[in-house]
Design a protein around this ligand. Structure first.
Ligand code: PLP
Length: 369
């Protein structure tokens, strides 16, 4: 593969994977460890696949320090299906839930819960400043079945710098775009979930970490079998065919994190990358970051040029994204709902990628100032 030319991929998801992992997968593609098959082809009930899923789960438990009274599940349907599963399985006593509205994904989760008949209480929102910050809600109390937050807001580029204290109310967090990017105390949560395609694996597997007492055999009326956590917990994520390939890659990505020094080291690297980019943006006369200090994501960095005329700004953004692509810096367009630019710098993005981006930004600014 010596003639392969790789780009720096700043996509928000699916996103870049560690090159070491891709190489290992390539080496094992035709013959996984003497089995004569690819992991894509083998039976999920086979003796060769069983250790693969067991290893992936063991690595999640080890790296995230998952307490013994939590189940680790490998599901499908992405983060978006969890919006419904959370509501159907947890909203069973009062039918009321507290949501903090911090942008698109938190809103979608609340809408889905409402759609399913949950009495959703939006207890805080950052809508007043276009979701550019995380509201401070240190304590959540009330007669709620659960409280819900989106820990890292992929589109707005914001992130909680604290975990709300919910007392005995189970706290649910969408950690799709920040899982394993930083240390996280799992015991503070009732349920965590993450679609894999940001920091874990290719799209197609969704990781769920759920406290055992929240796994009910009596979810809300009409809940499909496949949307009951119990269905999957009882069968070790093998009630039906699991996303075998994704689980295999996930195990390898977690091995990679462990090998470079674990979550502590990946966090150090993420802070280094993010600081570099935010410091550049904050010092720039041409660009600025849109997320407020104190709420900034380590993973997703939306930014704008200082062009204030909307039409000119739009044209400029387009030009930026196109020129960046020509320079091998891919997928820098902001989310279609917010515009501008966004650099997603997940775990697998090397420091060299951020350095190359800043160099490009500097040249682009110089040519346009
Ligand atoms: C990407 C993302 C989702 C949606 O995930 P899908 O797997 O596409 O359903 C949900 N929440 C957050 C925070 C995300 O970043």
């Amino acid at each position: 593969m010596s003639d392969v030319k790789r780009v720096f991929n700043f996509s928000a998801g699916p996103s870049c994977l560690p090159e070491e992992v891709l190489k290992e997968c390539a080496a094992e593609m035709l013959d996984y460890q003497g089995s004569g098959q690819s992991v894509m082809e083998m039976s999920h009930r086979s003796s060769v696949f069983e250790p693969i899923i067991a290893h992936a789960e063991a690595q999640v438990r080890k790296l995230m320090n998952v307490p013994d009274n939590y189940k680790v599940l490998f599901l499908q349907g992405g983060g978006s299906t969890q919006f419904a599963m959370v509501a159907q399985n947890l909203g069973i006593r009062t039918g009321r839930a507290a949501y903090i509205e911090t942008g698109v994904w938190a809103k979608k989760a609340a809408e889905e819960a409402r759609h399913l008949g949950i009495d959703v209480d939006v207890i805080a929102s950052s809508k007043d400043r276009n979701y550019s910050y995380i509201p401070r809600v240190e304590k959540i109390s009330g007669d709620y079945d659960y409280a819900y937050i989106c820990l890292n807001n992929t589109i707005m580029g914001t992130h909680y710098e604290y975990i709300p204290d919910t007392g005995s109310i189970p706290l649910v967090a969408d950690i799709s775009s920040c899982i394993l990017s930083e240390p996280l105390d799992v015991s503070k949560f009732g349920l965590l979930f993450a679609g894999a395609q940001k920091n874990l694996a290719p799209a197609g597997v969704t990781l769920v970490i759920i406290r055992e007492d929240l796994i009910t055999d009596a979810p809300r009326a009409g809940t499909p079998t496949m949307l009951c956590y119990k269905t999957h917990a009882d069968k070790g994520s093998m009630y039906n065919t699991p996303p075998c390939w994704q689980i295999y890659v996930l195990g390898k990505v977690l091995d990679w994190i462990e090998n470079i020094g674990g979550v502590k080291e990946i966090h150090r690297r993420n802070v280094e990358k993010a600081d570099l980019l935010y410091n550049y943006l904050d010092a720039s006369a041409y660009y600025h970051a849109t997320a407020e200090k104190g709420s900034r994501s380590l993973m997703n960095v939306p930014f704008l040029t200082k062009e204030t005329d909307p039409d000119k700004a739009k044209a400029l953004n387009k030009e930026f994204v196109k020129a960046a692509e020509a320079a091998g810096l891919m997928n820098l367009a902001g989310h279609r709902l917010v515009g501008g630019m966004r650099a997603s710098i997940y775990n697998a993005m090397p420091l060299a990628g951020v350095q190359a981006l800043i160099k490009f930004m500097d040249e682009f600014a110089a040519a346009h100032q």
